[in-house]
Design a protein around this ligand. Structure first.
Ligand code: ADP
Length: 480
């Protein structure tokens, strides 16, 4: 069987938060009301029945005593008075004839008598029993009266009253329940509307942002989580904008910087072709310009590659333990041409034999850039101070480069690390820069998780510093 490898995508039907919340809220309200109704019916019925049982037992005993002790009296009054408490009392002869009260319902009395005799016969004592039938709770007691001899006293409480009362209460509860359900319906609807309208406004703003419009604002202060989400999205928007601006700025500046050397190279190449080709002195001078400009191009391209590699974490770090003291001296030596040809001085305060663990090549870039900047921006005394010192407890090594230049203005101090930022002012730059040096420094040190920073006082100079971890030089690896 052939198959084109494509399966039809299953489209999952998604429910709206609004609908789901509203439904669950109503369901919860309904379940609660149902539960209350059921519990209420059970509790109330049991309580009423227990009360009825206590009442019939008490009245049964009282009336039995009355029937025994009243010699020839009329029991009607006492029996009928019990009806005030809902209890019907009868005095039966053994043959089932109702002896008291004189007013009674024949059918009910006969039916009551036969059930009573049955229950008494089933009982243990055969002389007293309390029992429940479908419609009543009754107590039957065998008594001996002076007037009628052996008889039965039956006290009975109709459960219809209980049923009626519980029924009425349940009806009220049902009405309250329906009202609560309606309220739940309205409240949950408005609540879910409010919540989803917050989500919807965030999603609308996200759609605006997705179209590249950075004026999109995420606002929601109604709920903590949504407010947090709004903050995160606002940050995301700012970061995306920043990075977009940064890329544009780099592109604009780099293209601008590429243009100058290329124009120069072209101009000097034409000059050699047309004018200086036969004059070795002039030709060499012009060729030197071409070489210098090509070096500038290479430097620029390398910096752009470095900054993008470091910033996008493309390159792996290759950390190892090395002698930082000697390494720093080695880089200072690279600047010796400035001492010899342009009168620069590099003053050092460097502790011997300090070891650290880092990516040596990348740290080289960091130190080279910082020294180059210090030389570029130092003051008229052309002096750069370099220090490398172990901390008191020997766990850190502080490297710092100080110059005596004009320093960095407060409002610029954060920008110099991130942006393709170059001082526009004309000044002598013995070391060629591309405006990307500090961005590379930041990228490398951040990836190493080393602390670094700059302190600067306008007019007095700047100090750039890096904290390296100190390690012991004689780390030995042992087999375990
Ligand atoms: P650049 O190639 O222009 O030196 P960097 O990224 O190394 O580029 O530095 C960015 C900017 O930070 C510089 O253009 C300069 O304005 C400022 N800066 C860097 N180092 C110093 C310093 N030691 N003193 C004063 N300003 C400095």
């Amino acid at each position: 069987m052939k198959s084109d490898g494509k399966r039809p995508k299953r489209i999952k039907k998604l429910n709206s938060v609004n609908k789901v919340m509203w439904l669950y809220f109503c369901l919860l309200a309904f379940l609660l009301i149902f539960l209350v109704e059921v519990v209420f019916a059970i509790v109330i019925t049991t309580t009423f029945e227990n009360q009825a049982r206590d009442t019939v037992e008490r009245i049964g005993k009282e009336m039995a005593a009355e029937a025994t002790t009243t010699p020839s009296g009329n029991l009607d009054n006492s029996f009928l008075k019990c009806r005030d408490e809902g209890v019907y009392v009868y005095l039966y002869s053994f043959s089932g004839e109702v002896l008291a009260p004189s007013v009674f319902d024949t059918d009910a009395a006969e039916e009551n008598f036969s059930t009573m005799v049955e229950k008494l016969n089933d009982s243990e004592s055969k002389s007293a029993v309390t029992y429940r039938t479908r419609s009543a709770i009754s107590t039957a007691i065998r008594v001996h009266t002076a007037r009628y001899g052996d008889c039965y006293v039956l006290a009975t409480y109709s459960l219809d009253i209980v049923r009626d009362t519980v029924g009425t209460m349940q009806l009220y509860l049902l009405i309250v329940g329906v009202v609560i359900l309606l309220l739940a319906f309205v409240i949950s609807y408005s609540f879910s509307q409010r919540l989803t309208s917050g989500l919807k406004s965030l999603s609308d703003s996200a759609a605006v942002l997705a179209r590249g419009d950075f004026s999109a604002k995420f606002t929601n202060a109604d709920y903590k989580e949504l407010a947090q989400l709004s903050d995160t999205l606002n940050n995301l928007r700012d970061e995306v904008k920043k990075s977009g601006d940064f890329q544009k700025e780099i592109l604009a500046n780099v293209t601008h910087d590429l243009k100058t050397p290329i124009t120069m190279i072209k101009a000097y190449a034409s000059m050699i072709q047309e004018i200086s080709g036969d004059d070795p002195v002039k030709r060499n001078k012009h060729l030197q310009v071409i070489i210098d400009e090509s070096d500038r191009l290479t430097g620029l391209i390398n910096d752009v590659l470095s900054v993008s590699k470091v910033n996008s974490n493309l390159e792996e770090l290759n950390p190892k333990v090395f002698n930082l003291t000697e390494f720093v001296y080695g880089i200072i030596n690279k600047f010796s041409y400035l001492q010899e040809t342009q009168g620069y001085s590099f003053m050092v305060d460097i502790d011997p034999n300090l070891y650290t663990r880092a990516d040596e090549e990348k740290i080289g870039q960091v130190i080279y850039n910082l020294l180059g900047n210090a030389a570029n921006y130092t003051g008229a005394d052309k002096t750069v101070y370099i220090s490398l010192k172990a901390s008191l407890n020997d766990d850190r090594i502080k490297f710092s480069v100080r110059d005596t230049g004009k320093g960095i203005a407060k409002e610029e101090i954060n920008d110099i690390w991130d942006r393709y930022y170059r001082s526009k002012k004309d000044h002598v730059r013995p070391v060629k820069g591309t405006g990307l040096g500090l961005s590379i420094v930041k990228g490398i040190l951040t990836r190493h998780s080393f602390d670094f920073g700059v302190e600067s006082e306008p007019g007095k100079g700047s100090t750039f510093w890096v904290d390296f971890p100190a390690v012991s030089s004689n780390i030995e690896f042992k087999e375990v």
